[in-house]
Ligand binder design. Structure first.
Ligand code: HT7
Ligand code: ZN
Length: 875
């Protein structure tokens, strides 16, 4: 397969000012007639004489230019494109007629059928499976779309923009015509048709325009759209308030489908969603589902400006829309819920998922410089590190400065396809700042390590902070340059009070210093006594922190930092260090001792009613087993980690028993169920408390869990109890599993949870269970949600069993990857990514994983998607 390089970018030879599509739907033979107004690109000096259009899996019937058929000699078709020779040097009309087969499309890219509903997914390069086209994001066109179908099968016919005409046709057929006034690239095109129910609402924009809001779902699911609709309205209002961005069409539509490769898609005016991210009812969805739905609805809606109105010049610039939009949705959730808890959730995820990617064979810059398959680059780095870069720029410019920068970005680039440089320049220009050094962050892979050393001079009353940065060695990555690192910090005095920061006689604004070289010293004046350093508050830059802090200071910060985020950050760092030590003792057969001061400090936080419930819940969650593996970094024994972490949890459960029981009793949320942040926080704290109590074998805890599993009336508590029972095991667990299955077997979204829970169990019988699960009639390998809930949960969320010493976990996933790659390469390549950390494990496991990977790579008929990932992983 061919590598594509950013340095080879060339503007398109032709533009398409208008696109008319006439789509006649049929399950196996959908006919698409396109009429394109093609214009030679005026920005280019040389006129091209031939046009090359992208196209895959299409049956070509006819090509006309300016009304005249183009004869065969002028056409060269391959399995990827169609070249038309001797095209006019002036603007011309190109008509093409093709056939595609939605029923056979199991890759879920292009036009496909999902449970009787026609649906499209065009990002990144799916439009070319619908018709021949210049399928690239820098070709923006005005679309008019006519859809025709059999009325009883497809009563609803949708596309982007405004509905301009509908009508009945002979033979129970009908049609609809949609027109989108905003020029857009083909990846934002959407078409949906089928038997769908609809829920409608409306909103008045702040300039007084009425917008109709519609959510389309499978008939019978209308009662589960409430939360999605509320979230949408809140997101629309928030974007007006925070960024001054208003919706621009008369209608905004969302469609929920059950077969979808990712979470959702931001097609202009017609978002398509995985139904798991729309449908919610208290008895079927958990608090985390509610929060995710709210966040993803907002994310896709926010793309209307960051992605759709201003789009990407090429796919290398993907972070321009994704990083910025993730940052915006994070800020939205922070405002809807608790800002510090949201930051904790995001940092926890970033550290465990993105840092792993950035430290392994799949590491790439936020703006990659080459790829084989763009679908492989919808990554944690592009999305989440990309979001961190936006956050860093906001930290440096301040909220108002960042807003001014975005205003200028939209002023300059509305209706254009642009680059990361355009974004960074707009932010800089609006603030009279040169931000070009931040481009390094976009172009270099790997997580920098920030080293910090504090020394104190009693005589001079000065605290000297030496900050320095290093990049880890990464195979295949060039030597990296020092990046600007904004570091938010504080100095705590002897009573825990904040010491005002002063450098060269001036106060340090917002406690922010920027390390702009490899090494720098910052001297803080008028510091009366030796302070405790609170570093990288709010996680002001995506770095690995090596502060070399003493246990005593870390415990002080856990207890008394005025910055809540940093209390948590220090508790995590302490726990991580501690579990690593326990695991190492465990591996050597030595007796390990749990650190009572740490457990006591965590207990104090859990017990502190002045703190938010959700915050206290976050505090009780230890770093995951894979976080510990990443921290150890080599010769990892996953069993030793599992045992160490289990030991610490049990010790916490035992020594904090009284506190946890009391916290559980006094944190009950008000009835009836409400998904709001306050009630969800209470449930989260109770769940953490119960889970630790069960780990410590508390009779109180186990009795409550059993009771809750039987009587809970909402999914959060019902599934929460089932998850704790899965740790306890035994008959109570098996019975609860069976009850859950009986109750929910007709609800695929709930059954996904039942699948995932069993696949993530560390119990040795999990491998056999997974084999049973995939043989269960409720499982389908063609449905991405089901694959994620069984294979995904096992490979990505079950470190001990995926890395089972027998190698059976590796074989199970390798076989699944090979099978799935035969029909859905995107899904297969996501799954095979679970092998990314194989080299950090001890030699026996490494050999077994290497063998499984070799078996995949040996397949002749491998997709470019899986080939790209596996060949990088193998190295
Ligand atoms: N922009 C979208 C990314 C996407 C996607 C979505 C569904 C199926 C396949 C896809 N390929 C890329 C989703 C987003 O980040 O908003
Ligand atoms: Zn997105």
């Amino acid at each position: 397969p061919k590598q594509i390089y950013l340095k080879d970018y060339a503007p398109p030879a032709f533009l398409i000012s208008e696109t008319y599509l006439d789509v006649v739907l049929d399950p196996a033979e959908t006919r698409v007639k396109s009429r394109l107004s093609v214009v030679p690109n005026p920005a280019l000096k040389r006129r091209a004489t031939e046009i090359k259009l992208d196209g895959e899996l299409l049956r070509l019937l006819r090509v006309c230019i300016d009304g005249a058929p183009v004869d065969e000699q002028r056409l060269v078709a391959t399995d990827k494109d169609l070249t038309i020779r001797d095209v006019p040097a002036k603007p011309f009309t190109l008509e093409i007629e093709t056939i595609c087969d939605p029923a056979a499309n199991k890759a879920l890219s292009g036009l496909y059928l999902s449970r009787g509903v026609y649906c499209t997914q065009c990002e990144a390069e799916g439009f070319r499976r619908i018709t021949y086209y210049l399928d690239r994001p820098d070709v923006l066109s005005k679309f008019r779309v006519r859809i025709e179908g059999v009325k009883p099968d497809t009563p609803v016919l949708l596309s982007n923009g405004n509905l301009v005409q509908t009508g009945d046709l002979p033979g129970k057929r009908h049609f609809a015509v949609w027109e989108d006034p905003f020029p857009k690239p083909s990846y934002l095109f959407a078409l949906v048709a089928g038997k769908l129910a609809m829920v409608e609402d409306s909103i008045m924009t702040r300039s007084g325009r009425a917008v109709t809001l519609r959510i389309y779902v499978e008939p019978g699911k209308e009662d589960r759209c409430d939360w999605a609709m509320k979230s949408l309205k809140r997101a629309m209002r928030w974007d007006e308030d925070r960024f001054g961005l208003e919706y621009d069409l008369d209608m905004f539509m969302i469609v929920a489908v059950s077969d979808f490769n990712m979470g959702a898609m931001e097609n202009k005016g017609l978002n398509v969603f995985n139904d798991a991210l729309i449908l919610a009812r208290p008895d079927t969805a958990t608090d985390s589902d509610y929060e995710r739905i709210e966040g993803v609805i907002a994310h896709e809606y926010f793309h209307n400006w960051t992605g759709n109105r201003v789009t990407c010049r090429d796919w290398f610039q993907l972070c321009l829309k994704e990083g910025l939009t993730v940052f915006r949705d994070q800020e939205f959730t922070a405002d809807q819920r608790s800002a510090v808890v949201k930051r904790i959730e995001d940092v926890r995820w970033l550290r465990s998922m993105q840092f792993t990617e950035d430290a392994g064979p799949l590491a790439h810059p936020v703006r990659p410089s080459s790829f084989i398959e763009i679908n492989n680059f919808y990554t944690r780095t592009v999305y989440n590190k990309g979001a961190e870069l936006c956050r860093m720029l906001q930290t440096v410019l301040g909220r108002d400065g960042f807003r001014k920068g975005l205003d200028l970005y939209f002023d300059r680039h509305d209706g254009q396809a642009v680059t990361v440089e355009d974004f960074v320049s707009a932010l800089g220009d609006a603030n009279g700042a040169d931000l070009s050094a931040y481009l390094l962050w976009y172009n270099q892979a790997g997580t920098p390590t920030l080293d910090a050393r504090l020394s104190y001079s009693e005589g001079a009353k000065e605290a000297r902070l030496t900050l320095s940065q290093t990049f880890p060695d990464l195979p295949g990555q060039p030597k990296r340059k020092a990046v600007p690192i904004p570091v938010k910090l504080g100095l705590l005095g002897p009573n825990g009070g904040e010491i005002p920061l002063e450098v060269e006689g001036k106060p340090v604004d917002g406690g922010l210093v920027v390390l702009s070289k490899k090494k720098e010293v910052f001297t803080f004046e008028k510091v009366g006594s030796r302070p405790v350093l609170s570093l990288l508050r709010d996680f002001s830059a995506p770095v690995n922190l090596n502060a070399g802090a003493r246990d005593k200071d870390m415990l002080t910060l856990i207890r008394a930092d005025t910055d809540l985020f940093n209390r948590w950050q220090n508790a995590q760092a302490f726990a991580l260090k501690h579990i690593v030590a326990l695991a190492s003792a465990n591996a050597k057969g030595e007796n390990a001792r749990v650190e009572p001061r740490f457990v006591a400090a965590v207990g104090e936080v859990a017990d502190d009613d002045t703190l938010e419930h959700a915050y206290r819940a976050a505090f009780l969650a230890l770093p995951s087993e894979s976080d510990v593996a990443l921290a150890i970094g080599e010769n990892v024994d996953p069993e030793a980690i599992h045992q160490a972490r289990t030991l610490l949890r049990a010790a916490m459960g035992k020594s904090l028993r009284a506190i946890l029981e009391s916290v559980y009793e006094r944190s009950a949320p008000a009835e009836p169920y409400n998904p709001d942040a306050e009630s969800a926080g209470r449930r989260a704290l109770r769940q953490s408390a119960l889970s630790l109590l069960a780990a410590g074998k508390s009779r109180f805890g186990i009795a409550r869990v059993k009771e809750q599993a039987k009587t809970a009336t909402n999914m959060t508590e019902s599934f929460g109890a089932l998850s704790i029972l899965s740790q306890v095991g035994g008959e109570a667990y098996d019975q609860a599993l069976q009850r859950f299955h009986r109750r929910w077997k007709d609800e695929p979204l709930v059954i996904n949870k039942w699948f995932a829970l069993q696949a993530s169990s560390p119990s040795p019988d999990t491998l056999a269970r997974v084999a049973d699960l995939v043989a269960n009639p409720l499982f389908s390998i063609q449905n991405p949600n089901r694959v994620r809930s069984v294979y995904g949960a096992f490979a990505h969320g079950n470190q001990v069993r995926f890395n089972d010493a027998s190698g059976a976990g590796y074989d199970l996933i390798a076989n699944a990857v090979i099978e799935i790659d035969g029909f859905n390469p995107q899904m297969a390549s996501r799954l095979v990514g679970a092998f990314e950390s194989w080299r950090i494990f001890e030699p026996k496991r490494r050999a077994l994983a290497g063998k499984a990977l070799g078996r995949i790579l040996d397949r002749k008929e491998l997709s470019p998607d899986v080939f790209e990932i596996v060949s990088k992983i193998v190295g």
